[in-house]
Design a protein around this ligand. Structure first.
Ligand code: SAM
Length: 216
């Protein structure tokens, strides 16, 4: 592993990110993601995939895991937002809205963040839907983080497309897994359940709704 890239200056930027980017991903979750991704990447080829970049909060933590292990992370998002990022939802961010296209557009905010953290050499953005990206992402990854659309069809499509790409002994992470249906939507919990009942994955650990599974 390289020297720890999480200097006090970097940590203080990362601490503020969740607030800047509307709190989809907390600092504590980010640190856990960094830790688990660093371990998995150090034990393999140093390759991670993220599904659902949004404005780059989680990507930044994965980018630093890549930097710590001399690896790289591919981050997939069409950057048009999920249904829950739309104007009628509470997580809507007016400043990301593209009036001409009547859609949100997170690409520019994402690129600025990765550039400002000097992570360009470690983060490869793919601006495409999951369906398109998985047509050419074929190599096995050490670590895959699923945090894309949370609707049933999109979440299951992400699971079926990306879970087979986790190498043996590698880690699949899923965000927004809520056992209690009053705390959040079902699809992330359902894909987590699908993974453990498939007998291809075993539960490793979790921090709140951020779950980690190891590929057998
Ligand atoms: C919950 S946000 C991701 C949050 C992000 N991980 C963070 O740390 O803030 C979900 C993202 O998934 C993307 N998304 C939804 N459906 C998608 C699809 N079918 N293909 C690619 N990206 C998709 C959206 O554009 C949105 O940016």
């Amino acid at each position: 592993m390289n020297t720890n890239p999480l200097t006090p200056e970097v940590l203080s930027v990362l601490e503020r990110l969740s607030t800047i980017n509307r709190g989809f991903f907390t600092f504590e979750e980010g640190m856990k993601l960094f830790e688990e991704a660093s371990l998995a990447m150090a034990g393999g080829s140093g390759y991670a995939i993220e599904v659902g970049s949004y404005c780059g909060t989680s990507t930044a933590f994965l980018g630093f895991a890549a930097k710590a292990t001399d690896g790289f992370v591919v981050s997939v998002d069409h950057h048009l937002g999920s249904e829950e990022n739309g104007p009628s939802w509470e997580s809507f961010d007016q400043s990301l809205y593209d009036r001409e296209r009547s859609t949100i557009n997170t690409l520019s905010r994402f690129r600025s963040l990765i550039y400002s953290l000097s992570l360009d050499e470690y983060v490869a953005p793919i601006t495409a839907s999951t369906r398109v990206a998985t047509n050419f992402l074929r190599d096995r990854a050490d670590f895959i983080f699923i945090d894309g659309g949370h609707g049933e069809e999109v979440a299951f499509n992400d699971y079926f497309s990306y879970a087979p790409l986790v190498r043996r002994g590698g880690v699949l992470a899923i965000h927004d897994v809520f056992e209690d249906p009053t705390k959040g939507g079902r699809p992330p919990f359902e894909i987590y359940t699908r993974a453990v009942t498939s007998e291809q994955f075993t539960h490793v650990t979790n921090l709140g709704s951020l779950y980690f599974l190891r590929r057998r």
